[in-house]
Design a protein around this ligand. Structure first.
Ligand code: HH2
Length: 287
C-alpha cells in the first residue's frame, strides 16, 4: 500500500492539490460508439444533465470526449468532433463550476474546448497524434494528461509486445514528458497515465495495476482509467460491459492503494464511495 505523492497540478489559472484524497474524473462520452456509454449522451441536454449529476455525485473533473478510442474504433473528422463536444462544454461551464477536461488528440478540438472553458487536455496519444498539440498545451497553460499508447486505436493491439511492460511504458511516458517539456509545457501541468487497455494484453493490464506504485518514479502524479474495461470483464469470465461495476470497484480500490492521484470512471456515485473508503484506509496518517 502506498500513498499518492502530494503535489500540485497546474491547470491554467488554477492549482489543484493532488494526493490528499483521490480525485475522481467522471467520463462523459458524447459519441455514438464508445465502448460502454456510446449513444447515451448524444443530445447536449442529456449530456449536460449527466455532467451535473456526476458533479453532485462527487466528481472533481468531467472528461468530455467526442471520439471513441476503443480498439478498432473509426477516426472522427475534426468538424464532427467539434460539433459533438463544444456545445456540451459551453453549457457545462454555464451551468456551474465544474472543472472540464477534453479527451481529444486533435489540437483544434483542444483549442476550442479551452476557449469554451475547459482546463485540461486529456490526450491518449500523449501529444503525438497532432504536431500542434504540444504548442496548444504550452501556450494555454492547460493541465495535460499524457497517456501511454502505441500506434493508434486501429493498430494498438498488434503492438502489445513488451519484455517488461511497466519499465517500457514508464520509459515511453518519460520520453513523452520530456518532449512536452521541451515544447514549453510546465512539468507541474503534467499528469501521467499508463493507458489501461491501450496496446496492452489482459496480462499487461493486470501487471500494470499490480505494479502501479512503480509509476511514482516518473515524478508526477498518476491517473488510471480501469473503468468497465475488458480486463475487468475477462477476470470475471468475460462479463459484458453492463456487469463490470463490482470488478471496476476492485480495480479502483487497488488503484488508490497503488498510489493513483486521479481515477477516471463512468459510475461516479458508486466509485466515489469506493474511493472514500479506500482513501480512509490508505491516506489517513497515524497520529
Ligand atoms: N480510456 C479511454 C478513453 N480515454 N483517457 C485516459 N487518460 N485514460 C484512459 O484510460 C482512457 C482515456 C477509453 O474509455 P472510454 O472513454 O470509456 O471509451 P471510448 O474510448 O470507447 O470512448
Amino acid at each position: 500500500m502506498i500513498e499518492a505523492d502530494r503535489s500540485r497540478w497546474k491547470i491554467r489559472d488554477r492549482e489543484i492539490a493532488l494526493g490528499e484524497r483521490t480525485l475522481v474524473m467522471g467520463i462523459l462520452n458524447v459519441t455514438p460508439d464508445s465502448f460502454s456509454d456510446g449513444g447515451r449522451h448524444l443530445d447536449p441536454d442529456d449530456a449536460v444533465e449527466q455532467a451535473k449529476r456526476m458533479v453532485e455525485d462527487g466528481a472533481d473533473l468531467i472528461d468530455v470526449g467526442g471520439e471513441s478510442t476503443r480498439p478498432g474504433s473509426a477516426p472522427v473528422a475534426v468538424e464532427e468532433e467539434l460539433r459533438r463536444v463544444i456545445p456540451v462544454i459551453e453549457r457545462i461551464m454555464k451551468s456551474g463550476k465544474a472543472c472540464v477536461s477534453v479527451d481529444t488528440s486533435k489540437a483544434r478540438v483542444a483549442e476550442e474546448a479551452l476557449a469554451a472553458g475547459a482546463a485540461i487536455i486529456n490526450d491518449v496519444s500523449a501529444l503525438t497524434a497532432d504536431p500542434r498539440m504540444a504548442d496548444v498545451a504550452a501556450r494555454t497553460g492547460a493541465g495535460v494528461v499524457l497517456m501511454h499508447l502505441r500506434g493508434t486505436p486501429a493498430t494498438m493491439q498488434s503492438l502489445a509486445t513488451y519484455d517488461d511492460v511497466v519499465a517500457e511504458v514508464m520509459a515511453e511516458l518519460r520520453r513523452r514528458g520530456q518532449a512536452a517539456y521541451i515544447a514549453g509545457v510546465l512539468d507541474e501541468a503534467i499528469v501521467y497515465d499508463p493507458g489501461i487497455g491501450f496496446a496492452k494484453t489482459y496480462e499487461h493490464n493486470l501487471e500494470i495495476m499490480r505494479r502501479l506504485p512503480e509509476f511514482r518514479s516518473l515524478g508526477r502524479p498518476v491517473l488510471v482509467g480501469p473503468s468497465r474495461k475488458a480486463f475487468v470483464g475477462r477476470a470475471l469470465g468475460d462479463l459484458p460491459v453492463a456487469e463490470r461495476l463490482e470488478g471496476t470497484a476492485a480495480a479502483v480500490a487497488l488503484a488508490v492503494a497503488g498510489g493513483a492521484a486521479i481515477v477516471r470512471v463512468h459510475d461516479v456515485k458508486a466509485m466515489v464511495r469506493v474511493i472514500r473508503v479506500a482513501d480512509a484506509i490508505t491516506r489517513t496518517r497515524p497520529r
